[in-house]
Design a protein around this ligand. Structure first.
Ligand code: DX5
Ligand code: ZN
Length: 227
């Protein structure tokens, strides 16, 4: 997608991880009203990552307050065991390659359920780990932090991996999305887009930045050149 010299349209996916859970429905509605394209939902199990967040009950509750597409980020061991529990209420299911020895089967299960399938790479995981999987995925998520918490600083070296993912996808004629997750801010958003990302997860830069979610989203959008 995109042409040399023009900035491809980039979608913004606020993550609720650091939103105020006491007024979560309002936070999500504010992000939607502010022009969010997707809602990113971080499910953590306390095993793949140290923290436990939430499961289906919360996602089901949010499904009733917004029409935004749901992008589910499964930071859990044995993610294939949880695909069915979410498949009817989310649009995309992302699983980590580090805990998916049979990733093609998991992707197949996600797609047979009618959902988009994404594969995620931790910063320490080489691109070669998903090389054989690239033709089968709808998106690749490059983690630009070590997962577990919002509000961390981006590991900028990972943008080189993003460029290499873009080149690998182009080489096989895939139009899969590339998502960057971790430390996206108005200061680095344009650089992320230039590296080849088509979707940016933005957690603290939407829910804990200078202003309200709508203004923070507008600032991110402006940093992307209004794309
Ligand atoms: C962290 C999560 C991220 C997190 C990003 O493990 O996967 O989605 O919410 O938060 P920020 O944008 O604050 O880095
Ligand atoms: Zn995430």
């Amino acid at each position: 997608m995109g042409t040399i010299g023009t900035m491809p349209a980039v979608r913004l996916a606020p993550s609720i991880l650091t939103a105020d859970f006491g007024r979560l429905a309002d936070e999500v509605k504010a992000a939607e009203a502010g022009g969010a394209d997707l809602l990113h939902l971080d499910v953590m199990d306390g095993r793949f990552v140290p923290v436990i967040t939430f499961g289906r009950t919360l996602v089901e509750t949010l499904r009733k307050v917004t029409t935004l597409p749901f992008d589910l980020h499964l930071m859990v061991v044995e993610p294939e065991r949880h695909v069915e529990a979410f498949a009817d209420i989310v649009d995309t299911i992302n699983v980590h390659i580090e805990v998916s020895p049979h990733v093609n089967r998991t992707i197949d299960t996600i797609r047979k359920a009618g959902r988009r399938a994404g594969v995620c790479l931790n910063p320490g995981t080489p691109l070669s780990a998903i090389e054989e999987t690239l033709p089968d995925v709808d998106q690749v998520m490059v983690m630009t932090i070590n997962p577990g918490w919002g509000g961390q600083q981006m590991i900028r070296e990972q943008l080189d991996k993003v460029r290499r993912v873009r080149a690998s996808l182009d080489a096989i004629g895939s139009g899969a999305d590339i998502m960057i997750d971790g430390g996206v801010k108005r200061e680095n958003a344009a650089e992320c887009a230039a590296a080849g990302a088509s979707i940016l997860v933005c957690g603290s830069s939407v829910f804990n930045d200078r202003s309200e979610p709508a203004d923070n989203l507008a600032a991110l959008r402006a940093a992307l050149g209004g794309s």
